[in-house]
Design a protein around this ligand. Structure first.
Ligand SMILES: Cc1cc2nc3c(=O)[nH]c(=O)nc-3n(C[C@H](O)[C@H](O)[C@H](O)COP(=O)(O)O)c2cc1C
Length: 467
């Protein structure tokens, strides 16, 4: 029976994907997001509650497409204001035993040398529990903040390919094992013969090296990816060890996940070596009727205009140009292509209007929502695993910490009863300590042998030496 990985979605921001919930008296993140203890408390809750990892999205500009400006995005706190999540990781790691910490970090904004140094540092300071969600980004506003020019959609991926080449060389090829000799007799702290420049010269980057950091527990952090176009899938199938996917339904997900696994095979990888994590939102209560009432209450707090502002930033499409009964069909984007095409994919055979979109995006924006009692929710998650072939979920909270506490109190025990997640012991059953071992089992702290990172870095996975 397929086990299900539990991943908690987040953003170090006042509001993530459900705008207006600050009016909900039980919502804590809209104020707590600036406080370290808020995040440490959440990490401990998830660690004890059986989650494998905590995943942060991140962006670098206001959402300023809707109505031609940033007003709606700012008014509804659309992922704005937002702090950098990576600085929280050491504090959260020190307070937890097993939870992994994943941050989105954009290839569009930071030089690869900086990214390699940051993630090596985080891997040291979390004891090997860090993951990098590789994104190529979409916000024009970030470009206007001096965060690098936003290239066209496919070119961003071409550049990201070279970016990955640089970081693999830094993480895997620059430092040999055993370079930190600390040999007093020879007065040699570091053995310079075991630390190599990478001398990368390419189209987008020239990086000499050597890498600044000695090898961390995972060397290369666990690699995640989020991008769903044809080009995005090819990139994810090459580099991703887990992929954050969002599909409206199991039926829409099934062929697309099969395509990702096929693309992995074409890259010479075992398709099971990519964990597919589906974004899902859940409203659960003791009874189905209570859950329905809870959903209705949560909807009453919603600020739907925030959803439109989010969609505008994701896609560059200004929904203010449409009327309520206009059909949202045939949309395309240089931002997130899957978001632009969401409404037709969400309702095959049915036409979605602007009014449908407004209702749908009230809770968790485009993330599919499961409402029910614990058994109903668990069964639906199992359907995603068995029929769409996902490996885990990325639980998108509607409000915090309530969406997580409800899930931990009601759904986790039900999934455990069904043998879908690890046993009653909240520890990671793999026995391994690193995030990669949470995903692939003890003894797999480093990139798996069939991962293209080895080939790209020019290192033999068995000997760890250059080819
Ligand atoms: C589910 C999902 C989550 C994403 N999260 C982020 C993010 O947090 N920050 C960011 O800058 N880009 C994010 N992206 C943008 C992707 O990295 C990519 O630039 C964009 O989706 C365009 O590629 P695509 O058309 O292949 O999906 C995300 C994309 C998807 C599909």
């Amino acid at each position: 029976m397929k086990k299900i990985h539990l991943n908690a979605f987040n953003q170090c921001s006042a509001a993530l994907q459900s705008f207006g919930q600050y009016r909900n008296p039980r919502e804590r993140t809209s104020t707590g997001y600036t406080q370290t203890h808020h995040w440490v408390d959440l990490a401990q809750l998830l660690d004890r509650g059986g989650f494998d990892s905590l995943f942060f999205a991140d962006v670098h500009g206001a959402y300023d497409v809707y109505r031609g400006g940033a007003e709606a995005g700012i008014r509804h706190a659309v992922q704005f204001p937002g702090n950098d999540p990576t600085v929280l990781f050491p504090a959260m790691a020190a307070a937890t035993r097993h939870l992994g910490f994943i941050s989105t970090y954009s290839t569009a904004y930071y030089p690869p040398f900086h990214t390699a140094k940051l993630f090596s540092s985080l891997d040291h300071f979390t004891g090997g529990r860090v993951g990098w969600n590789i994104v190529t980004s979409y916000l024009g506003s970030a470009t206007r903040n001096g965060m690098g020019g936003l290239l066209a959609h496919d070119q961003r991926y071409e550049r990201a390919e070279e970016y990955m080449e640089v970081v693999y060389k830094l993480w895997e090829a620059s430092w040999e094992d055993g370079a930190m000799v600390r040999d007093g007799a020879r007065d040699m702290h570091v053995d310079p013969a075991k630390v190599h420049p990478i001398d990368h010269r390419g189209t987008y980057f020239d990086v000499a090296g050597p890498h600044m950091c000695e090898p961390s527990p995972q060397r290369t952090p666990t690699l995640l990816q989020a991008g769903q176009s044809g080009r995005g899938i090819r990139f994810g199938a090459r580099h991703g060890e887990a992929i954050f996917v969002t599909y409206p339904t199991v039926e829409a997900a099934r062929p697309r996940i099969a395509r990702i696994r096929e693309a992995a095979r074409e890259e010479g990888r075992d398709p099971a070596h990519i964990k597919l994590l589906a974004g899902l939102a859940v409203v659960v209560a003791e009874t189905a009727e209570e859950a329905r009432l809870k959903e209705r209450r949560l909807r009453s707090y919603a600020s739907p205009e925030g959803g439109f502002a989010l969609f505008g930033g994701w896609t560059g499409i200004d929904l203010a140009k449409f009327k309520d009964d206009d059909v949202l069909d045939g949309l395309d984007s240089e931002g997130i292509k899957a978001a632009a095409r969401w409404f037709t994919a969400a309702h095959p055979g049915r036409i979605a209007t602007l009014a449908d979109a407004r209702e749908e995006m009230k809770l968790a924006s485009l993330i599919p929502l499961i409402t029910g009692d614990a058994v109903q929710v668990a069964q639906e998650i199992e359907r995603w695993a068995d029929e769409a072939d996902i490996d885990g979920i990325n639980l998108v909270p509607i409000y915090q910490p309530g969406s997580f506490t409800d899930f931990i109190d009601l759904v986790v025990p039900e999934l455990r009863r069904r043998g879908r997640i690890r046993g009653s012991d909240a520890s990671i059953s793999s026995g391994g300590e690193t995030l990669r071992e949470h995903l692939f089992g003890a003894g797999h702290a480093h990139l798996l042998p069939d991962h293209p990172g080895w080939r790209i870095a020019g290192v033999d996975p068995r000997t760890r030496r250059p080819h």
